[in-house]
Design a protein around this ligand. Structure first.
Ligand code: C2E
Ligand code: MG
Ligand code: MG
Ligand code: MG
Length: 291
């Protein structure tokens, strides 16, 4: 499998190097076929309220169930999709899937916020707010059920244009989130101007904070910064009970990571949520003494 995925990675790498090449054209037609033949899969990863120990939402993460290459991770086709403009079709597919899942969850009596990743090209699309509105309206789920995750770099490509799209989406009631915070090149001046509700601390800091004091300090200051700006703060890459304890003690609102669950096919999510056992509060506070 490792060999297969390396092969796939290099295919896409070469294709991306030469956008007009034969390989690139065939990858693009493969991606089109993937949508037509239902080869894309919507995976969901839970987001948990750390203090209340409750599942409050899920992030939608796309996978490609390729007929010969197996389950292809997003980093092997998202960058290519972004370069060729195919990302708009892909984002529309993910948005529609997430909105439908939000409806399904509501019907099952669950209150869940669904997060969807957007990229630069999506933010450059002036029609995006209207497109999202059109797919949400018939489902009758409130706008705040949908959260759109945007990276700092996606905004900084063309900040003025991105800001206008984001303001439009915010005015419509959709939640907005800054993803991978701390890794992109961004400016605090923009962070202040962006109509965002949530900030996600990049997993690289969270995964390292137990052994690296600098990472722990970055996590702590980011939580403080987010709260001072009135934002909800989410930690990605929560892999251990000790990380949960540290984050809870620092006042981090939500967590997402392998300790809670890896991303899973959307069909499994509601059952998983019903079976999930939150860690005992005494375990969390016992660990926080060590932290
Ligand atoms: P992201 O938006 O930052 O998503 C979080 C990534 O971190 C996911 O990888 C998730 O599986 C991984 N992750 C979560 N918790 C842990 C943990 O505890 N440990 C470790 N090691 N990893 C963890 P995934 O699904 O491979 O996605 C990678 C990136 O691909 C995403 O990063 C996002 O930038 C992009 N992506 C995924 N789906 C979509 C999509 O539908 N549209 C767009 N535009 N981008 C997407
Ligand atoms: Mg994300
Ligand atoms: Mg992220
Ligand atoms: Mg990331």
């Amino acid at each position: 499998y490792a060999a297969k995925s390396r092969q796939c990675g290099s295919l896409i790498y070469h294709a991306a190097l030469d956008a007009g090449s034969q390989e690139s054209l065939s990858l693009l037609s493969e991606l089109r076929r993937a949508v037509e033949n239902n080869e894309l899969r919507l995976f969901l990863q839970p987001k948990v309220d750390l203090a209340q120990r409750r599942v409050v939402g899920a992030e939608a993460l796309v996978r490609w169930q390729h007929p010969t290459r197996g389950l292809v991770p997003p980093m092997q086709f998202i960058p290519f999709a972004e370069q060729t403009g195919f990302i708009r079709m892909l984002s529309a597919w993910v948005l529609a899937g997430a909105a439908q899942f939000a409806r399904q969850a509501a019907d099952a009596g669950l209150t869940l916020r669904l997060s969807v990743n957007l990229s630069t090209r999506d933010l450059m699309d002036q029609d995006l707010p209207a497109k999202i509105e059109a797919l949400m309206a018939p489902l009758k789920v409130p706008a705040e059920t949908l959260c759109l995750e945007i990276t700092e770099s996606a905004i900084m490509d063309d900040p003025e244009r991105a800001l206008s799209t984001l303001e439009h989406l915010h005015a419509m009631g959709f939640k907005l989130s800054i993803d991978d915070f701390g890794t992109g090149y961004s400016s605090l001046a923009y962070l202040k101007r962006l109509p965002v509700d949530e900030l996600k601390i990049d997993k690289s800091f969270v995964m390292a904070m137990e052994r690296d004091l600098d990472d722990a300090r970055i996590v702590r200051s980011t939580i403080e910064l987010a709260h001072n700006l009135g934002l909800t703060v989410v930690a990605e890459g929560l892999e251990t009970i000790k990380a949960w304890a540290m984050l809870a003690r620092l006042g981090c609102d939500e967590g997402q990571g392998y300790y809670i669950s890896k991303p899973m096919p959307q069909e499994q999510f509601i059952d998983w949520m019903r079976d999930w056992q939150a860690p005992d509060p005494s375990i969390i506070s016992a660990d926080s003494q060590l932290a």
